[in-house]
Design a protein around this ligand. Sequence first.
Ligand code: SF4
Length: 218
Amino acid sequence: MLIAINKAHFPVTVLGPGQRIGIWFQGCRIHCPGCVSQDTWANDASKNMPLHDLLAWCRQVASEGLDGITLSGGEPFDQPHALLALLEAVHTWRNERALDFDILCYSGYPLKRLRERHAPILKKLDALIPEPYIDKLPLDKLWRGSQNQPLVPLSARGHTRYDKFLDSPAATFGKRLQINVDDQRLWSIGLPARGDLEQLENLATQRGLSFAQVSWKP
Ligand code: SF4
């Protein structure tokens, strides 16, 4: 089974509680105006990887202490078969090793549609943040890109971990962004406030740095 992945990173600390694996799916058909992850939109066969390799990497980094896995994108539900296969394998791993990490998934599709079309996938998630990103709505809720996006616990573990954060403000844990340097690339993880990335680009330009390619523009 192949899965198209834009990137995977550990530890991620701004997209869910604790120290997490972040997996960004490649490909999104939704195209929300103002999306800061436009580099994940295209279907790109060069981003395919064997599911087995992704799981092997997850097992390796988890030895450093894992509180959760966050699935984002791109649009995870645009690869429903690979997403379900990944979740089934992660459940097997979690059960076999008696681990206690949670699984949080983002989606730009409405919750109603996901419940109607993807119930077997939702059964494998502990929490979900659905609904499209809406650029003109405030970014004021923890881990949400815009105010319309609910945080929906879906399992007993999900309720234990997330119920207390349903209405938490965006600044609950202080920081909203992580910046990582990876070979020749600098990339941000998390949910920037409106205009943050343009400001970063302007500041860099003033200091003589130019970005060859940025994720928030086509
Ligand atoms: S915000 Fe998410 S769902 Fe919307 S276009 Fe960007 S990647 Fe796709």
